[in-house]
Design a protein around this ligand. Structure first.
Ligand SMILES: NC(=O)c1ccc[n+]([C@@H]2O[C@H](COP(=O)([O-])OP(=O)(O)OC[C@H]3O[C@@H](n4cnc5c(N)ncnc54)[C@H](O)[C@@H]3O)[C@@H](O)[C@H]2O)c1
Ligand SMILES: [Zn+2]
Length: 349
């Protein structure tokens, strides 16, 4: 078992972390243990976790981003109340980013805050969503519009849960692993270039997790360094929003930011000194793994979405670009023409 021990949270990684969880639950003497699942994690992941728990109350919601909402937050608060959860109760979030964002938000606000524990079951959850303390829900169509920042007490990451994860969800998470490599660790990127789709990822996962922890530890409230995690996300979020509105089978987050990373790598080559061979290998990585997006990429509409991005300051669209593979540059601005050229670059690949 590998561990990362911080002042306000602890991460355990490996195939024996659930034993560690059982030990901690006994020692902590929580008054009640609640486990939040969605219908998929109840089917696939709960049978793996349940032997390690004794007294618990299961709370189930439907899976999917459109269930990360106030209605479900209220449903969970109500269940906690019905079962007389007090300040010493704990919520275990067993699921992907939807479950950890929602369950964490509910825990952080119930009776002004009870402990919560994340057991991420998607790749994206393991390397990204379960770490860093950003919690929240969507408000109507606005993603993550209401939320708080608070860390879980513990994060238990057991790659066993990935065995049942669909291929497209695995790819989704790999896009964020690759983002971590591009902003911070060239050697990780080189390893990623050579792994096969079904290969065991454990070592790479832990490397990726360490990058996220290092960044959020130095800048928990996104004043500067944490912005480097936004690489690919300015263009990517705009494409994700467009696709959600227009496509019958919309792009997933990882698919949208993969396109965003190609466009922003192009911009990095134009104004930040990323070399053309680095740009080429970034394009190669994503094009080999993600199907090319067939939908339209209407420049003006996408730029409009970018202008409404909550990361912007002083009226400028805020980009995180790359100086080279492994080195990000935050707070970059660029002309609309370059954004348009980057979208055309992707279309013509
Ligand atoms: N808080 C953060 O810092 C942060 C960072 C990135 C993303 N997010 C949020 O995370 C969410 C996306 O996370 P996600 O991609 O994990 O989505 P998700 O939680 O919706 O999970 C994806 C799908 O996989 C299913 N699933 C989960 N584990 C499974 C398993 N082991 N086997 C089979 N199926 C399984 C789920 O039921 C769901 O259908 C978004 O809401 C996003 O805003 C948050
Ligand atoms: Zn992301």
């Amino acid at each position: 078992m590998k561990e990362i021990i911080q002042k306000d949270f602890e991460i355990y990684f490996g195939s024996d972390v659930l034993e560690k969880l059982a030990e901690i639950l006994i020692n902590k003497e929580y008054s009640k243990v609640f486990v939040l699942v969605d219908n998929n994690t109840k089917n696939y992941c709960w049978p793996i976790l349940s032997p390690y728990l004794v007294n618990f109350q299961l709370i189930e919601i439907e899976s999917g981003e459109n269930h990360k909402n106030l209605h479900n937050a209220e449903k969970i608060w109500t269940r906690l109340q019905q079962f007389q959860a007090d300040k010493h109760a704990v919520i275990i979030n067993l699921g992907g980013g939807v479950i950890s964002d929602l369950g964490g938000f509910v825990a952080a606000t119930y009776k002004r805050g009870i402990d919560f524990i994340n057991i991420p079951t998607t790749l994206l959850g393991m390397v990204d969503a379960s770490i860093g303390g950003k919690l929240g829900i969507d408000l109507h169509a606005l993603k993550n519009a209401v939320g708080v920042i608070k860390n879980p007490k513990y994060i238990f990451i057991d790659p066993i849960f990935l065995n049942t994860l669909p291929v497209n969800e695995r790819r989704n998470g790999l896009a964020e692993v690759c983002k971590h490599a591009l902003i911070d660790d060239k050697s990780l990127f080189e390893k990623l270039l050579h792994i096969e789709e079904k290969e065991n990822l454990d070592a790479l996962l832990f490397q990726s997790i360490k990058i996220k922890v290092k960044i959020v530890k130095k800048d928990p409230f996104e004043k500067d360094l944490r912005k480097s995690l936004n690489f690919g996300h300015t263009v990517g979020h705009a494409i994700e929003t467009f696709s959600l509105k227009n496509d019958s089978n919309p792009l997933k987050h990882g698919e949208a930011i993969a396109i965003g990373m190609i466009c922003e790598a192009y911009m990095s080559a134009a104004i930040q000194g990323l070399t053309s061979s680095e740009l080429k290998s970034i394009c190669k990585y994503f094009l080999n793994r993600f199907p090319k997006y067939k939908g339209k990429l209407p420049e003006n509409e996408l730029i409009e979405y970018m202008r409404n991005d909550k990361k912007n300051e002083e009226g400028f669209i805020n980009f995180t670009l790359l100086k080279k593979i492994g080195k990000a540059k935050i707070n970059c601005h660029c002309h609309d023409e370059l954004i348009i050229k980057s979208l055309a670059f992707y279309k013509n690949l």
